[in-house]
Write a new protein. Structure first.
Length: 317
């Protein structure tokens, strides 16, 4: 995997946590994904998979205003939030590990145009225009950063999280702490608590050791520092995460990719099982499979995300 990281200018699909959970066990979750049909990702609303007759599909509205950059402070560091004005519920898009807000550069304006909703993307600490924070990556810190940003933007209710990959962990803790802020969530191949059984976490933890040692020998870059920060305390962090439950009061749609982030059948099935188990946890949860998609659903099947967001908006009024 580290050979791949050196060749690619970014981690794609974006997921630092699963780079360690998957690639460090010999699975190529961090390599560039190849869209299933053509070699180029399709923009939302232009996918050949789009079902234009789907009554739940979001129809285009007037052109959305351009996003504006807002720098917000949380303690001694600043975070970059990009806000496209619109009505509530607000759509807050959170990219996976190793990616910044530019991951949503095509989808954010499309969602704003199609829904008329306010759309917010942001860079987690150490990514994009946000300040880097030294030390181990802690989901509690990520939740604090998101809450601080939304508070300063005045968005403390009627929020729909659209969270990809590692951002599923941020969404889960955020929802548990602030259920009244949320109207719902769309978890895009999200990293969910149900996946991190003791057996799976122990296997990942053991596989991490040699790979992390190799990573430490590489030049220090933003990317390698983020990987090492995620590896620090990975086992205890995810054993604790396995005990966390999504609040039953917050509706959620789990989108799982057909390919999953993993290439081994065993891990891929565990990933699917976790998504299914999550959805069975409450009647206000739905499971959607993004067929013909890798973990990079936003690139391969943006229409699936757009439709899921449209259904969530319709459901919450």
């Amino acid at each position: 995997m580290f050979e791949t990281v050196r060749k690619n200018h970014r981690l794609r699909p974006a997921i630092v946590g699963l780079c360690l959970a998957a690639a460090l066990t010999g699975i190529t979750a961090c390599a560039d994904s190849t869209p299933s049909d053509s070699g180029k990702p399709k923009s939302p609303g232009q996918s050949s998979h789009q079902n234009s007759k789907d009554p739940a599909a979001v129809k285009p509205s007037a052109s959305a205003a351009a996003a504006s950059l807002r720098m917000v402070a949380n303690g001694d560091h600043s975070l970059a939030f990009h806000v496209t004005p619109g009505r509530l519920p607000a759509l807050v898009l959170d990219a996976g590990g190793g990616e910044d807000s530019s991951y949503w550069k095509k989808m954010a304006p499309e969602l704003a145009k199609r829904t008329g909703s306010m759309v917010v993307t942001y860079d987690r600490a150490g990514m994009g225009k946000s300040d880097e924070v030294p030390g181990a990556w802690k989901v509690e810190n990520a939740v604090s950063d998101l809450k601080a940003g939304l508070t300063q933007l005045g968005i403390t209710h009627d929020v729909i999280l659209v969270s990809h990959s590692q951002a599923g962990e941020v969404a889960t803790y955020f929802a548990k702490e602030n259920p009244n802020w949320l109207a719902g969530a769309v978890l895009v191949d999200g990293s969910l608590p149900e996946f991190y059984t003791d057996e799976e976490t122990a296997r990942i933890e053991a596989a991490n050791k040699a790979q992390v040692a190799a990573l430490k020998d590489q030049p220090s870059t933003q990317q390698t520092r983020q990987l090492l920060a995620t590896a620090d305390g990975y086992g205890p962090t995810h054993r604790a995460y396995h005990q966390i439950s999504w609040p039953r009061s917050v509706p959620a749609t789990a989108i799982v990719s057909e390919k999953t982030p993993f290439e081994t059948p065993e891990d891929a099935q565990l990933w699917r099982n976790a998504q299914q188990e999550f959805v069975k946890g409450a009647p206000n949860r739905d499971l959607v499979t993004a067929t013909k998609s890798s973990h990079d659903i936003a690139g391969d099947r943006p229409d699936v995300i757009v439709t899921a967001v449209g259904k969530m908006l319709k459901a919450v009024g």
